[in-house]
Write a protein that binds this ligand. Structure first.
Ligand SMILES: *[C@@H]1O[C@H](CO)[C@@H](O)[C@H](O)[C@H]1NC(C)=O
Ligand SMILES: *[C@@H]1O[C@H](CO)[C@@H](O)[C@H](O)[C@H]1NC(C)=O
Ligand SMILES: [Zn+2]
Length: 486
């Protein structure tokens, strides 16, 4: 099933986004006239208060923001809910309308469960914080100059409208208007998901197939923990009664990302249980399946199919706390929300190009011994979040000789380099940098986009640990690696 999915939805990233951008520019123009005539938007104070914003109020805030901060924000809709409400996404970046080539796009998705309301409001405050601190706060300025941040404050606007403030538990408003749990509605790597795909899910699937997101947070409520893939597990028997972790090949990275959130959060790191009947979490983080396994979750989908590292952030014990608590939640989460996104600037990035320097789109890449592959963009770009260490990148593209490249990741800045692929018909030649080599014996040349992940691999040691490549590291390698920030 997943093999069918990937290629079908992988369409031109920027082409499609330009359409969205054009659409939202159109919206902007109409609205400019509208608001200038009726509300004198530029004379009203721009603010966001600590109350809940229903769909109309949220839409109005987003539109006002896009008008006020036209150089810093873009508003687009990725589709409509069952009841016809727009799934608004606000981009905040110094390049809101155009992807910055070589720089990562990241996202937050909130309110996928309609009655988990805190994240939705936090997103509005985060947007406000970004636009009002750009240019004065150096860190925010750097972040928005080097990252495009896409914020979907409500993936389930219909559910929110029927939810009730002050209801800390229960399922009223959790589901979409047809009664589906949207965080059980995505394709699943481990199990067949027979749930009928919902419009909100389809919108998100199309969105993430058009834009290569590098990092993502999915915002929830009802617990206080950062939960990371895998949410599901290959074990089929007694799955809901086990509490075994379902470890992904990037477990170290996911634990790190989760810890960045929990440590920068006001209290999450303490890992205290929400109530005596609920579990506590060491350091405020947990493997998803270890907490409880689920099928059709969004974070596994982002990771396995879309090259995007997504974790699930449970931000409040009470799903829909009184509005008087919102300021407290904002203060608890503000730093964590910002620092987490900056983690997109960790690891490795670059371009896959041909011998003439042209980008190779949809080259399939994986980090050796981390068997989840990802694809290059239209511009040949790739990104992968990795902790400091030495790694090998395996790069395949139809019609080209596959290639392995060894590289080092450091703490201070992302490692950046280009990988040149040569036509399969040519004989391998020594690369000028000496840091790359060919591996013509592998039968990878004809593979299309394949999910490399093997849940039960376990034994990837002997051949993977081949140290031959290490000896090919030359002094030239280090000069080949650029500091992304110059
Ligand atoms: C937006 O950017 C353009 C081009 O850089 C500039 O001319 C204009 O003054 C900016 N507008 C605002 C509101 O900052
Ligand atoms: C890598 O390729 C990109 C896109 O072709 C190019 O802009 C950049 O200068 C290249 N970087 C290096 C270090 O060759
Ligand atoms: Zn939830």
């Amino acid at each position: 099933m997943h093999r069918m999915y990937g290629p079908i939805f992988f369409v031109s990233i920027l082409g499609a986004f330009r359409e969205i951008a054009a659409a939202s520019q159109h919206i902007n123009k109409d609205l400019t006239n509208h608001y200038n005539a009726r509300f004198h938007v530029y004379e009203e104070p721009y603010n966001i208060d600590f109350t809940y914003h229903n769909y109309e109020q949220m839409s109005r805030f987003l539109r006002t923001t896009s008008l006020r901060f036209q150089n810093l924000t873009a508003l687009y809709s990725i589709g409509k809910s069952v009841k016809g409400r727009d799934l608004w996404v606000m981009v905040v970046s110094s390049s809101p309308y155009e992807h910055m080539i070589g720089k990562p796009d990241v996202k937050y998705v909130a309110n996928i469960h309609g009655n988990e309301a805190v994240g939705r409001e936090l997103m509005l405050h985060l947007i406000y914080f970004f636009v009002t601190n750009y240019g004065s706060d150096p860190y925010i300025t750097w972040l928005l100059d080097n990252t495009r941040i896409h914020i979907l404050p409500s993936m389930n606007p219909d559910g929110f409208e029927v939810s009730k403030e002050g209801y800390c538990e229960g399922g009223q408003g959790r589901y979409n208007a047809r009664g589906f749990d949207l965080n059980r509605n995505f394709p699943d790597y481990f199990k067949q998901n027979n749930k009928k795909s919902q419009p909100e899910t389809e919108a998100v699937k199309e969105w993430v197939s058009k834009i290569q997101f590098v990092l993502s947070g999915s915002l929830h409520g009802g617990a206080l923990v950062a939960s990371y893939p895998f949410d599901n597990t290959p074990n089929s028997l007694f799955q809901s009664y086990t509490s075994a972790p379902s470890i992904s090949p990037d477990d170290d990275v996911f634990q790190h990302l989760s810890l960045v959130y929990s440590r920068n959060h006001g209290s999450m790191y303490q890992g205290l249980p929400c109530s005596p009947s609920q579990p506590g979490f060491k350091n405020g983080i947990t493997n998803g399946a270890q907490w409880y396994p689920l099928t059709g979750g969004m974070q596994d989908f982002n990771y396995v199919w879309n090259g995007c590292m997504e974790i699930t952030l449970e931000l409040s014990c009470c799903k829909y706390p009184p509005a008087s608590d919102l300021q407290f939640y904002w203060e608890e989460n503000r730093v964590a929300l910002i620092k987490f996104l900056a983690e997109a600037h960790r690891g490795v990035r670059g371009f896959v190009i041909d011998e003439n320097g042209n980008p190779i789109e949809r080259a399939s890449i994986k980090v050796k011994s981390r068997d989840v592959s990802f694809l290059t963009t239209k511009y040949g770009e790739f990104w992968r979040i990795l902790l400091p260490g030495i790694y090998k990148l395996e790069v395949y593209a139809n019609g080209y000789l596959p290639r392995e490249v060894e590289f080092r990741v450091v703490e201070q800045h992302p490692t950046s380099f280009n990988v040149t692929l040569y036509r399969a018909s040519r004989h391998p030649i020594e690369d000028e940098t000496g840091s790359n080599f060919y591996n013509g014996n592998r039968d990878h040349t004809n593979r299309d986009h394949v999910i490399h992940f093997r849940p039960h691999s376990g034994t990837n040691t002997a051949s993977e640990a081949n140290s031959g490549i290490f000896s090919s590291l030359s002094n030239g390698f280090n000069s080949f690696v650029n500091n992304w920030f110059g």
